[in-house]
Design a protein around this ligand. Structure first.
Ligand SMILES: [Zn+2]
Length: 363
């Protein structure tokens, strides 16, 4: 069962008893560390300064994922990563939602940009356009490969004052089968991709020395398939990242899900402090249509859309010791479905089966 942090009057931390007060201080310090300001672009005019209005909306052909020769997948950029403070043990676990003070109605919409080996997934322009049209703040969990295969779109998201970027793994591998070097590659590879994208944006004339106004690093992590294990949670915490799950799963990555079903999930399941899972990589099949209907209705009910970092700062974190979709253990099924992905990655030239394994994220 999830637990609130800080919930207990005292936490047994080895031989040390930490009081509720000290736990609260630890949580507060950790949140400051992971939400290093700014968590989004602080310059409200940067997006318009760097791109003409015609370059921002959806364009034809971008939405649909396509297969790609896995041997030509990009390498993780060799780039210096910014220092990150480790997260206290009290925060190790998967954040499901946030318990807010009475009367506060915030919701964090998250959109995953999953991209596996042997593919170039999509950019769902209508989804991002719907966020901009409705003035909705949101968090985009981007894969490392995705950022490198969509550099212009990734820079636009980074420059957008409404959008925060989180880490969705290097190549969307199930970390339950990874350890050591492979595990670190999966969780730190996107940090390197982000720094590369950030450096490219910083060098544009439109930024002109104001790169300090950009999000500095990725502080939030979304486990591919919503699956994790203790070693992966420790590795995230050691590298200054919080694991962010969700309490509202829209089901938008299923082709069988209808617009009506996604809207119903949003309207029936969102509550104050909710974190909503959806997709914007072309495998959210009716996401844009559903958001166009649900966002105005949730706003009419008094909800404000915020980024995950903003939501975390507004209340008490509800943390589960394990990762799951709707109930504990339900993402363990991917252990078998993705058996071939649970082994260490073979050398690229020998890897021939990356596109053969079908998944709920594959067409
Ligand atoms: Zn994903």
């Amino acid at each position: 069962m999830p637990l609130f942090v800080p919930l207990p009057a005292a936490v047994n931390y080895g031989r040390l008893m930490i009081t509720r007060c000290l736990t609260a201080i630890l949580v507060s310090a950790a949140l400051q560390a992971v939400s290093t300001a700014p968590s989004i672009a602080a310059d409200p005019n940067l997006l318009a300064r760097c791109w003409p209005a015609t370059a921002l909306p959806a364009s034809d052909g971008e939405r649909k994922p396509r297969r790609h020769d896995a041997r030509r997948d990009p390498a993780i950029p060799a780039i210096q990563l910014p220092a990150a403070s480790s997260i206290p043990r009290a925060l190790r676990g998967a954040v499901r939602r946030v318990k807010l003070p009475p009367g506060k109605k915030l919701v964090a919409l998250t959109l995953d940009m999953c991209e596996q080996r042997g593919e170039i997934s999509g950019y769902d322009g209508p989804v991002i356009d719907a966020l901009r049209a409705n003035g909705v703040r949101a968090t985009i969990f981007a894969g490392g490969k995705w950022m490198l295969s969509h550099p212009e779109r990734a820079q636009q998201i980074l420059a957008d004052p409404r959008l925060e970027i989180g880490n969705h793994g290097w190549a969307h591998r199930n970390v339950r089968g990874l350890s050591g070097h492979d595990l670190l590659q999966e969780i730190l590879g996107p940090q390197a991709a982000f720094q590369s994208i950030r450096a490219e944006l910083s060098q544009r004339a439109c930024v002109a020395g104001s790169d300090h106004t950009l999000q500095p690093r990725l502080a939030l992590y979304r486990f591919p398939f919503g699956a994790c294990r203790a070693e992966a949670l420790d590795a995230l915490a050691d590298n200054g990242m919080l694991a962010i799950q969700w309490d509202v799963s829209t089901g938008d990555s299923s082709k069988a899900e209808t617009t009506k079903g996604i809207v119903a999930a949003l309207l029936n399941e969102v509550k104050p402090g909710s974190i909503v899972l959806a997709h914007a990589n072309g495998r959210g099949y009716r996401t844009a249509e559903a958001l166009a209907i649900a966002i105005p209705k949730l706003k009419a009910r008094g909800y404000d859309f915020v980024t995950v970092s903003e939501l975390l700062a507004a209340g008490e974190l509800v943390i589960s010791p394990t990762c799951y979709d709707r109930r504990p253990g339900d993402t363990d099924r991917y252990d078998n479905l993705f058996a071939s992905r649970l082994r260490p990655a073979p050398p690229p030239a020998a890897h021939k089966d990356a596109t053969r394994v079908r998944s709920p994220f594959s067409e």
